[in-house]
Design a protein around this ligand. Structure first.
Ligand SMILES: NC(=O)C1=CN([C@@H]2O[C@H](COP(=O)(O)OP(=O)(O)OC[C@H]3O[C@@H](n4cnc5c(N)ncnc54)[C@H](OP(=O)(O)O)[C@@H]3O)[C@@H](O)[C@H]2O)C=CC1
Ligand SMILES: CC(C)=CCC[C@@H](C)[C@H]1CC=C2C3=C(CC[C@@]21C)[C@@]1(C)CC[C@H](O)C(C)(C)[C@@H]1CC3
Length: 446
């Protein structure tokens, strides 16, 4: 072990068994949410329906066959694999790579890594998004919404292709992490291959594409999955339009989900340089956790509410619509302000008159504004938005609240991980910060 890449001695996510369980659990959950909530399987269960009743109601699937029978597995494969959808998915991925390479974009520096190097990132995710959006809206307006419903119809095939891509990438980046001189993630070098493959062994796996440095992690985080999520939502809107006599028939609930989520995606892409200071880029390696999260989990799970509204259209009326908009706007304001304050501060652009103190490491910690109210105010804003994305689906089933529930668990866990990392980074300065700002996420509550 080199001095620069010491062995990881502390496991997260309950170590290798946990990593294995999550690696199997995440794809299973993606399928589970589809089979548990789609019109092909009889809609979504109301809160009173028990799981055993739900399983017995799923009659279109060969799930009642015993697992040891080959025909069960063959049936499952035919159910989830769709060659045309897979080819379209791979073409989509290739489109994103080509767009990254050919569209113009500034070169922005990331933070200084522990080997002293500073990586440069090409910033053109937002133009890739605008190009994709332009092409799709062009198709919808020129040929009608019925020509953009294939993401709804072939949903399961696309999800399978994305899962395949994430497995393939995770093995690829694990393999290249053994190249000479690779800077490893401090948490991903345990020597246990299951764990390292899952958590990500190399910090910033990079390829050279037509002479340009291609950063695999930041590319996956913002482009093929995040933009696909927007396209899936648009496809759900088109499917609803087709069923309800045209775009004019699309319900207010569908418009809310679409505008909130596409707005959130556009915001993330527009503020692309901001991801360079996030935990994923600065600290975590790129392994199966992020590849399946970026490519499969985000587009196919985060779009559940829009998919539900296709076969369960709901008209909210002006009062409910206004209230939900208010929740989303509050969440967005906190999220954007908090992230903006930290990014401007970290990039040395603007301290916005905020109070701060300088740590022994030389880095400064903000102690007023949003970062003086809780240690992760951006998570609080994000959570409020997550709630606003589920509310338009009403209260007939708890499944459409899966996103906000999972997200709360993810962010509570993530906050604890970040706290530990900061503790290591800043030592007693972090304790001082914790005394000044005692709340973790929600000011005065948690
Ligand atoms: N939609 C989704 O599924 C998800 C969205 N997100 C969102 O992504 C965004 C990024 O999240 P994430 O990377 O987890 O964390 P943050 O962007 O909050 O970054 C945490 C880092 O910020 C720095 N920091 C902490 N406190 C202060 C302070 N007081 N002053 C200055 N710097 C400070 C520390 O790094 P250092 O000091 O080294 O700079 C810390 O490690 C969030 O808005 C989150 O809501 C995250 C996960 C999933
Ligand atoms: C279940 C599982 C495997 C979870 C892995 C976690 C990932 C889904 C998330 C980790 C951090 C993320 C971020 C975003 C999406 C979800 C993942 C990948 C993000 C790109 C969403 C848009 C935001 O504006 C963002 C850029 C701040 C954000 C960054 C973190």
């Amino acid at each position: 072990m080199s001095k620069l890449n010491p062995r990881t001695t502390k496991y997260e996510f309950l170590g290798p068994p946990g990593a294995l369980l999550i690696s199997i659990g995440v794809p299973s959950m993606i399928y589970g949410l589809y089979y548990g909530c789609s019109e092909q399987t009889g809609g979504c269960p109301p809160p009173t329906l028990t799981l055993s009743k739900l399983t017995s109601e799923i009659t279109t699937l060969p799930l009642t066959l015993p697992l040891h029978e080959l025909s069960w597995w063959k049936g499952l494969w035919h159910e989830v694999w769709d060659t045309d959808a897979a080819l379209m998915y791979f073409a989509w991925y290739a489109f994103c790579v080509v767009a990254w390479r050919v569209l113009p974009g500034d070169q922005v520096e990331g933070i200084r890594m522990r080997d002293g190097n500073v990586k440069k990132y090409k910033i053109n995710a937002f133009s890739t998004f605008l190009l994709a959006l332009g092409l799709v809206t062009g198709v919808i307006f020129r040929y009608g919404p019925e020509n953009f419903t294939f993401l709804y119809e072939r949903w399961i095939g696309f999800a399978t292709a994305a899962i395949f891509m994430s497995v393939f990438q995770a093995f690829g980046v694990y393999a290249i992490s053994f190249r000479e001189g690779a800077l490893l993630a401090q948490g991903g070098n345990s020597g246990n291959w299951v764990y390292d493959w899952y958590i990500g062994r190399q910090l910033n796996p990079t390829l050279s594409i037509f002479g340009a440095e291609f950063d695999i992690k930041s590319f996956n985080e913002l482009r093929p999955g995040l933009i696909l999520w927007a396209l899936i939502d648009i496809s759900m809107m088109c499917e609803q339009a087709v069923r309800r006599g045209g775009i004019g028939g699309v319900t207010d609930s569908m418009w809310l989900v679409l505008l909130f989520q596409v707005g959130y995606i556009a915001d993330g892409l527009y503020n692309e340089p901001a991801i360079l200071t996030t935990m994923d880029i600065t600290t975590d390696g790129f392994g199966f956790m992020l590849s399946v999260g970026d490519l499969a989990w985000v587009p196919f799970v985060y779009s559940l509410q829009a998919r539900y509204l296709v076969f369960h259209p709901l008209v909210l009326g002006p009062v409910a619509t206004a209230l939900i908009i208010a929740v989303n706007a509050t969440g967005y304001h906190i999220f954007r302000e908090a992230n903006g304050q930290k990014n401007d501060f970290r990039n040395g652009k603007d301290t916005r008159g905020l109070e701060y103190f300088t740590t022994e490491s030389g880095s400064k910690l903000i102690t007023s504004g949003w970062w003086g109210r809780s240690r992760h105010p951006n998570y609080f804003g994000d959570l409020l938005m997550a709630l606003a994305w589920s509310l338009p689906t009403g209260f007939e089933t708890p499944i459409t609240y899966f996103y906000v529930t999972y997200f709360a668990v993810l962010l509570i866990h993530r906050q604890r991980r970040d706290d530990e990392n900061c503790e290591k980074k800043y030592g007693k300065d972090w304790d001082k910060y914790k005394k000044i700002v005692p709340y973790r996420i929600i000011p005065y509550v948690y």
